[in-house]
Design a binder for this molecule. Structure first.
Ligand code: GLY
Length: 715
């Protein structure tokens, strides 16, 4: 199944999703729809394919890591799962791209994390494509991992840093999967023996009598004796670090799968029981970062531990008939929580990660209550497993970024898709309440092209619905807001004194109130070159956080880009996120409009989500062109004109219409009143202009207080 990108950069519209019947709690169509949007957005923001998004920095920027980081495999791994579930080819292409650089780690014998790094990236790649290059590299990585095995201890050494002699952490159970895989693939039983030895030794030394686990067990590398049992990322040596419990569960379920040894299955059941019956476990089953964290119930959670647990419980439910329902229900409850608004991001938010609220290492105050890439990976893995186990029934998820702004006289088209993973259903797409310039052309069993071809008369705001219906009658609808804009706006060039990535100047003119230009400090400015000298009536600005603080700014204008006049000293209302209009006057000429910021009532940031201009009229070549507040059509020809000016108009209402002609100094020269007008009907008026001197004049039509103006040239 071939799918192309469906999300146009920058514009996301899912204002309302209305379901015809109550969907499953775990709406896999919606969740993978979010994954598609977030991963697409993440890819668009990554600098190259050798940096991997790991989490968010305290300042909100994406923390990038290289291939050697223990988490490098998770982002490509998530792309593999999204490809596997949606069949959308760009995810295959990008999963390959972000897997590639990890190959450089295959000879790295300095870490136990090769299982994570290679299994999640190349392991899924090999499973889904059969590419033997992936296989060869993974086998080499498995050799590197096996080199860390100490037969006296019976374990693989986890870390090479710190003051331990031979530290083994519970997380290391996860890396055994690469060794089991290598045994199956190569027939070399040493991989198998190492993995089983590590699992047995861990089962013996890492667990307390209640089947909770210590994080770090330090061994004497000469004798194999246990030297200490401590924590590194947990609250205390005797506490239960949440992710450690999850790694242990997952590791022993996997080891049972690979060995068939029921001792490992029983171990997994005991751990699962410990997790699910922990008295302090929150009702939503998303654990605190440590079961004994200080400050409970206000302690940060670790959604990643929950995602790992859910994936492991789903697998456990298949091996344990007696308690199958219990493990499955536990996993379902976790997935229901994780896919709720409390934990799953809205598209475009959360730094383009999927899940919120994970904790990396609380004791070192690193990655506390943030998105992390391994939470997303195990969430998608769990959902992939879930899909394979139950028949789901969800309304289709409508995918496809509709451009927020289309220019009159131009055509635009976007692919719309009704994502339905339930039974790979046929999805019927349709439009409701759409203007005649918007048409759907079917493009496959679940996709269609939305073609937009507006004309001048369509300039303005349009709202309509895209509707998707599957064969079982599940319907979802998505509201689309579309602005048909005058092509004039396209020619505006934007510059700024500086900006804070990714809040670039262009964000102030993209028709999207969710993006912004931001620059910190007194005198930071953003400038708009309107391409030609215009009559500027007003500047409208929408401010970031405009409903919580007052922004201070001045507006300077110039006709030549050299000499500027300060024409406005402004303070925003402090009560609105919408555009606020600042009227400059009717007779200011400007080509360059510079907004100079002086911070706001809370700090020195200058942040504008959108800027628009109230233009009174302008001349393109010698053609008259009007574009201001009147919604009625006004057009005149010829230009230049000598004796007569023909004026075409279509009134908006039945109110009387007044036509006036002024010269450049504003002197009124002609008036004509039409008392009986016919709303919407195109009419023609002939004005005798023989008495006018040679030059430029303004023609204005006024109806019910609304004005529409243009210029014409008298020959
Ligand atoms: N293996 C590293 C962690 O779970 O944080």
């Amino acid at each position: 199944m071939k799918k192309i990108w469906l999300v146009a950069a920058g514009f996301f519209f899912s204002l309302s999703a209305l379901y015809s019947q109550s969907p499953d709690d775990i709406n896999i169509n919606h969740i993978f729809g979010v994954a598609v949007r977030q991963e697409k957005g993440m890819i668009a923001h990554l600098p190259d394919t050798v940096h991997y998004p790991r989490s968010l920095n305290p300042d909100g920027s994406v923390r990038l890591v290289g291939p050697s980081d223990w988490t490098s495999g998770f982002f490509p791994g998530s792309l593999w799962y999204t490809y596997e579930n949606t069949g959308m080819e760009p995810f295959l292409y990008n999963a390959r791209r972000w897997s590639a650089a990890i190959s450089s780690m295959r000879y790295n014998t300095g870490t136990h994390d090769l299982g994570f790094m290679f299994g999640c990236s190349f392991g899924n790649g090999y499973r889904l494509t059969g590419d033997t290059l992936y296989r060869d590299y993974m086998l080499e990585a498995a050799h590197s991992l096996a080199s860390r095995f100490n037969p006296v201890v019976g374990c693989i050494r986890s870390w090479d840093f710190g003051n331990w002699q031979f530290p083994v952490i519970i997380d290391n159970m996860m890396n055994l999967e690469l060794l089991f895989w290598a045994f199956h693939e190569s027939g070399d039983s040493s991989f198998y023996k190492i993995a089983v030895s590590h699992a047995r030794t861990t089962m013996k030394n890492h667990f307390r009598s209640d089947y909770s686990s210590w994080h770090v067990v330090d061994y004497d590398p000469e004798t194999g004796a246990v030297l200490s049992k401590t924590t590194h990322q947990g609250a205390s040596d005797s506490s239960d670090w949440a992710r450690g419990q999850a790694w242990g569960l997952y590791g022993f379920v996997m080891t049972y799968r690979e060995t068939g040894d029921t001792a490992f299955l029983q171990q997994a059941e005991h751990i699962a029981n410990f997790i699910l019956t922990w008295p302090g476990m929150p009702a939503d089953l998303i654990p605190y970062w440590d079961y004994m964290a200080p400050g409970i119930p206000d302690a940060p959670r670790d959604a990643s531990a929950a995602a790992i647990t859910a994936s492991a419980l789903l697998e456990l439910s298949r091996y344990d008939p007696a308690d199958s329902a219990r493990w499955f229900d536990g996993a379902s409850s976790i997935l229901t929580s994780l896919s709720s608004a409390g934990y799953m991001a809205k598209p475009g938010e959360n730094g383009f990660f999927i899940l919120k609220h994970s904790t990396g290492s609380k004791p070192s105050n690193s990655e506390v209550d943030v998105p992390v890439n391994w939470a997303d990976y195990y969430f998608l893995e769990a959902l992939t497993r879930y899909r394979g186990m139950v028949k789901t029934n969800n309304p289709p998820e409508i995918l496809g970024g509709v451009p927020g702004r289309v220019f009159a006289g131009e055509a635009d088209s976007v692919m719309i898709m009704g994502l339905d993973l339930d039974e790979n259903d046929t999805v019927y797409l349709s439009l409701a309440g759409a203007p005649s310039f918007a048409v759907l052309h079917p493009a496959g069993q679940d996709s269609a092209w939305l073609v937009l071809h507006p004309e001048k008369d369509d300039i303005g705001e349009h709202t309509f619905l895209i509707r998707a219906e599957d064969r079982r009658g599940n319907i979802s609808e998505q509201e689309v807001s579309l602005e048909v804009a005058d092509p004039f706006w396209k020619n505006i060039r934007i510059t700024a004194s500086s900006w804070q990535d990714p809040n670039v100047p262009g964000n102030a003119l993209d028709g999207d109130l969710n993006t912004r230009w931001s620059a910190e400090g007194e005198g930071q400015w953003i400038e708009f070159d309107l391409d030609t000298v215009l009559w500027l009536r007003s500047v409208s600005i929408a401010f970031y956080l405009g409903n919580t603080r007052n922004a201070y700014f001045t507006i300077e204008i110039s006709t030549d880009g050299e000499h500027y006049d300060k024409v406005y000293y402004g303070t925003s209302s402090g009560t609105s996120l919408q555009l606020q209009e600042f009227v400059l006057g009717d007779t200011l000429q400007a080509r360059y409009v510079k907004i100079v910021g002086s911070g706001n009532s809370q700090n020195m940031w200058n942040s504008y989500t959108e800027v628009t201009f109230g233009i009174v009229y302008y001349i393109t070549g010698m053609q008259l062109h009007a574009m201001n507040e009147g919604s009625f059509m006004l057009r005149s020809f010829p230009s230049p004109a000598s004796e007569r000016l023909y004026v075409e108009y279509a009134p908006a209402t039945a109110a009387p219409l007044l036509f006036t002609v002024h010269d450049l100094s504003g002197r009124l020269l002609l008036t004509r009143k039409i008392s009986l007008t016919d709303p919407g009907k195109e009419s023609l008026l002939v004005l005798d202009i023989s008495s006018l001197d040679k030059g430029i004049y303004y023609l204005t039509a006024t109806q019910a207080g609304k004005r529409r103006s243009g210029a014409f040239l008298k020959r």
